[in-house]
Unconditional design. Sequence first.
Length: 170
Amino acid sequence: MDRSTSSPIDEQADLAAQQSRRFVIKVSVGILSILMGCALIVFWIYGTETHHATRSSTWWPERGRSLIPPTATDITLRRDLLDHYAFYTVSEAELNAFLDRRFARPGEILDSFSERSPANSETIGNAIGPLGWVVTEDTVEYYYSASNGGGYHYYHDRKTGRTYQDSAYW
């Protein structure tokens, strides 16, 4: 039998094999594209920090944006699934006025200035949080919790006005 000639059955089998390979390649490329897209979205959400001049220019939903004083400037944000972190500059008086309004329970008058505490002496000089905030001797801390278990921690350097915020949602 001459190998240079092929039967229609052989040609049909070759064509089916080629179509099968093309289908597998197309499906593989599609799956790889979806995985790459998901990886890029996860990196964008969890692996990047964004910088904003003011609170109004942030891309966060109102749930997160409402935890940053409206007068804050020079804002750096980082967001996780249930947490967010921020650096910004705000005066202590503006921060206290914001905290008093934001965290007062209905019918209660909050005095955040009197509730603040000095930084823990063991943390002074150490970086904390994913943004690397370094606690100074001039740092004061504010901590509030929500009825749903969320926690809001503000570290404020009284001399520079730089504030680090660590907020967790539930």
